[in-house]
Design a binder for this molecule. Structure first.
Ligand code: FAD
Length: 316
């Protein structure tokens, strides 16, 4: 079932979450161990992230360095199929522009359709570690809006270089939004212009980047509505659980931690202290969002369900 239909059918806020494929070589069991503890809260869908290749340098026998391309977390589509098969709920693969030609994208979408997966979250992807700006694949897309256009073409039966009539796909497309703006944009106004382009191209809902200050989310929703973005906006929440997160999350995701939260975090001396603060903050954030009537609260588990479970158990 499509995400938008889950939302239409629901009479209160839904709970969903995102997982990462495990590191290459780990079994599917590690995925189930992250999902099982959260199943009692009846998520209607689970998102699975996509991780493109990285370049690493390996020393050869002659002492020279060889540049090698590796994918540390492959398996997104297979994991989605496994989730649908095992839990009988919708799995949403993230599909990115980076590393995909248009034909690769088309083939990936054909695979998804054959597997009965009718939801995708369409994203551009970040620059790979060795590049400072995003570089599209040769014959690939430079922005998520272009990927959305391609998916919409397939939804109307138009495949690449196609002369005969093809079976129309039926994908429900989601896209990303940034309550604290995307880091490459000049300001919120220009970022919203491009977000609206994604929605006008066919994105039926938005999932936000994580944020720790609900007011930023409420302001973002208001600003979206003011420019005519009227699709459901799903807040994304990430519980802080380790000392490392305190510096990593602002740096990597370009988000701020509110003063009240940073004051509490500064008192922590162990990961366990941080996790307690993170869970309590997540509970307060979730309660307020639920009271405000958001359609879904989407949690970034990053493969670890303990903190999310504690939050969800108090809120749902
Ligand atoms: P876009 O919408 O293409 O925007 C990228 C930048 O370009 C923005 O600054 C935007 O304002 C600007 N822009 C957009 N369109 C145009 C245009 N036509 N002309 C000029 N400028 C334009 N990354 C992964 O690699 N794998 C994942 O699984 C993944 N999952 C994510 C899930 C969520 C919910 C979120 C919020 C992010 C996720 N990301 C993921 C990270 C995401 O790929 C990065 O944030 C990336 O930098 C931007 O992706 P986007 O889809 O928002 O890009």
């Amino acid at each position: 079932m499509k995400v938008v239909d889950h939302i239409k059918k629901a009479n209160s806020t839904l709970f969903s979450f995102e997982i990462l494929p495990p590191l290459k070589g780990k079994s599917i069991q590690s995925i189930y161990e992250g999902i099982d503890p959260l199943m009692e809260f009846a998520p209607p869908f689970i998102n699975v992230t996509y991780h493109r290749e990285e370049y690493v340098y390996r020393e050869r026998e002659n002492g020279l360095l060889q540049k090698v391309s590796i994918r540390k977390r492959p398996g997104t589509v297979g994991i989605c199929a496994a989730i649908m098969n095992k839990y009988n709920i919708d799995a949403i693969p993230h599909l990115i522009c980076g590393g995909f030609s248009k034909e690769d994208t088309e083939n990936a979408l054909i695979d998804l359709q054959f597997l009965g997966i009718d939801n995708v979250l369409a994203l551009r992807g970040d620059p790979i570690k060795s590049e400072t700006t995003f570089v599209p694949q040769k014959d690939g897309h430079g922005f998520a809006v272009d990927l959305i256009n391609q998916i919409q073409d397939m939804n109307s039966g138009q495949y690449l270089y196609d002369e005969q009539e093809s079976a129309a796909t039926n994908f429900c497309i989601g896209c990303a939004g940034y309550p604290e703006k995307h880091f490459e944009q000049m300001n919120m106004k220009t970022d919203l212009k491009y977000l609206k382009m994604k929605v006008d191209a066919g994105a039926e809902y938005i999932i936000t980047q994580m944020f720790f200050d609900n007011q930023k989310f409420f302001d973002f929703v208001k600003a979206c509505r003011a420019v005519g973005i009227n699709v459901p906006i799903i807040p994304g929440l990430k519980p802080i659980t380790t000392m490392k997160h305190i510096t990593f999350l602002p740096k990597f995701f370009h988000i701020d931690l509110p003063e009240q939260l940073s004051t509490e975090l500064e008192k922590c001396s162990t990961n366990a202290d941080v996790m307690n603060v993170g869970i309590e903050w997540g509970i307060q954030q979730s309660r307020e969002l639920k009271e405000a009537g958001v359609p879904v609260i989407h949690y970034y588990t990053m493969g670890k369900s303990t903190a999310v479970k504690s939050i969800v158990a108090s809120v749902f």
